[in-house]
Design a protein around this ligand. Structure first.
Ligand code: ADP
Ligand code: GN1
Ligand code: MG
Length: 365
């Protein structure tokens, strides 16, 4: 899927929301792999105001009204504690989304004076990112109204992701398996990792919490002046999950040396000072809720989520690039290779990473 300009029905979408003036422009925006995001500039007389319009990927999110119910509950709960957080604009009919021409649309206020990043630039930024995602989860611990909907069942069920790869290899729909034998072997050699957290969960040694489940670094906005994280974005996958999935995805995207799709996987390594900063920041805001088993698996979680994400990219490559948006023909394979390089680097550094966790914990006492 490519990032295309707004579709013809966009005029009807605009008309469905109570905007404060005429729309001057609408442009594809951001680097998300899933939804179609547009920034829209609106003329408000003595200036302009921006809004984010998003076409929700309903091939991936099958029950959009349930998903939007989750987002509404979460954004309303966070409003007081995160004043610049994500805020939905309701449609004129009072709904939080608008359905037209087979597509589901939502609108957010554009978060001004802040920016998202694709990679971490300094230690303080890694610490702040982890503090913010940890705080996000901690603030949702008392979310009223019962369990959130599962917007994608088994989203971080690594065993299921592994079995999906196995099926894709067997089916070999696109006849690409032959060119990815080393990656398939790499994945199959690590099958045992897929069950580690699931087994701990089944034994009650770790617990389910409300988690974000997509704590990729570009799903966070930092204030342009202070560098403080002001908003957590991309709430489509906020649902019951494991804190370690959130922490692991931060390691994958913030404690690493390059972009997730660097075409040269040899450039991808775990960055230990950033890892330590993530541990420090996460324990600062979520440390009180994590139990000893969770804390003992912080380093492993990074390996697991890099592995799981690599599995997903490889599966998508074998299935013909049907899930993640791609910008070039072998994009998913490149992403997979770079993720697997990170897995390898974490394996090589696991002992030191666990030592860093212990060091941070000791300093907290
Ligand atoms: P996807 O699910 O496709 O990743 P996101 O919701 O993460 O979609 O949005 C994609 C990108 O758009 C983000 O990484 C961010 O840069 C930008 N973005 C999203 N929402 C806002 C917002 N309310 N204000 C400013 N930028 C936003
Ligand atoms: C997707 O939506 P985005 O780009 O923030 C994906 C994540 C993957 C990530 C890999 C709903 O995240 O799970 O980790 O790509 N989101 C969904 O970059 O599948
Ligand atoms: Mg995103």
């Amino acid at each position: 899927m490519s990032h295309t300009p707004p579709p013809p029905e966009f005029k009807r979408v605009i008309a469905a929301f109570p905007l404060p003036g005429q729309v001057l422009s609408a442009t594809p925006y951001g680097n998300g792999h899933i939804n179609e995001t547009f920034v829209t500039v609106v003329d408000v007389g003595r200036g302009t105001r921006r809004f984010i319009f998003q076409k929700i990927n309903h091939k991936i999110f099958k029950k959009v009204p349930e998903l939007m119910q989750n987002i509404t509950r979460v954004t309303e709960h966070l409003r007081l504690r995160q004043p610049r957080g994500l805020a939905l604009v309701s449609a004129k009919d009072g709904q939080d989304y608008y359905f037209v021409n087979g597509g589901w649309w939502r609108v957010y206020d554009f978060i001004e004076g802040a920016h998202s990043v694709e990679t971490i630039a300094k230690v303080a930024q890694a610490r702040e990112a982890a503090r913010a995602f940890g705080e996000f989860s901690a603030m949702l611990a008392d979310l009223p109204g019962g369990r959130l909907h599962d917007t994608i069942p088994n989203f971080h069920h690594t065993r299921s992701r592994f079995e999906a790869l196995r099926r894709a290899v067997t089916a070999d729909k696109t006849k690409r398996a032959v060119e990815v034998k080393p990656e398939i072997d790499f994945a199959f050699a690590r099958e045992a990792d897929t069950d580690v957290l699931l087994d701990l969960l089944a034994r009650g040694e770790i617990t389910e919490r409300v988690t974000h489940n997509d704590t990729k670094i570009n799903n966070l906005m930092f204030d342009n002046e202070t560098g403080r994280a002001v908003a957590v974005l991309d709430l489509d996958t906020v649902m019951p999950g494991l804190a370690l999935y959130d922490f692991g995805d931060m390691v994958r995207t913030a404690a690493c040396s390059t972009f997730e799709d660097d075409q040269d996987p040899s450039r991808m390594k775990v960055v230990l000072p950033y890892f330590k900063a993530l541990v420090t920041g996460y324990l600062e805001s979520a440390g009180e809720v994590l139990n000893a088993t969770e804390r003992a698996h912080l380093a492993f979680s990074g390996k697991l989520i890099a592995f799981e994400t690599g599995l997903r990219f490889l599966t998508d490559f074998l299935e013909g690039d049907v899930y993640f948006r791609i910008k070039r023909p072998r994009h998913n394979l490149e992403r997979c290779r770079t993720q697997f390089a990170l897995v390898k680097s974490i394996e090589d550094n696991l002992k030191e990473m666990n030592r860093l966790v212990a060091e941070v914990e000791k300093a907290r006492k």
